[in-house]
Design a protein around this ligand. Structure first.
Ligand code: DQA
Length: 148
């Protein structure tokens, strides 16, 4: 049994009511619940955390290993396109992660095309809505099954 951290960045607490045409109708609570169920079915535990504050996300990443986390699923939201600090936090703790975006960031404004995370992620899932989180859990399960 491993522990996976599902981390969501700014404004994702508003999922369900936030631009549903772009982000879908699912709430963050339902996404987190489904992800936890899928992880449990595979014999793992998934804990979820969302914050609108960069510092809190960094704190969770720093504390991840001490909290027994061995894999992260991360949607940095708008911080995807701005946060060198979050990138550095992930590099510092050296925990594998999958980057998830609900919308297809490559089909939107040009400033969303660059991510500070994609080149250091184990994989990137973008544009598949809430289903992307389910795929990310499956990717986590597969990664955790590999001998380290
Ligand atoms: C997002 C895409 C980002 O560009 C945006 O700032 C978000 C959500 C997504 O999941 O599609 O807040 O990460």
């Amino acid at each position: 049994m491993a522990r996976v951290l599902l981390l969501n960045g700014p404004n994702l607490n508003l999922l369900g009511s936030r631009e549903p045409g772009v982000y879908g109708a699912d709430t963050l609570e339902s996404i987190e619940k489904r992800a936890a169920e899928l992880a449990r079915e595979a014999g793992h535990e998934l804990v979820a955390f969302q914050s609108n504050a960069e510092a809190e996300l960094i704190g969770r990443i720093h504390g991840a290993a001490a909290a027994g986390i061995s894999f992260l699923i991360f949607n940095p939201a708008a911080l995807t396109h701005t946060s060198i600090a979050l990138r550095d936090a992930l590099l510092a703790v050296r925990l594998p992660f999958v980057e998830v975006h609900l919308s297809n960031t490559h089909a939107r404004e040009p400033f969303r095309r660059h991510s500070y995370f994609s080149d250091i992620a184990a994989g990137v899932i973008t544009g598949l809505g809430a289903f992307g989180y389910e795929l990310a859990v499956r990717a986590a399960v597969r990664h955790l099954a590999k001998p380290s």
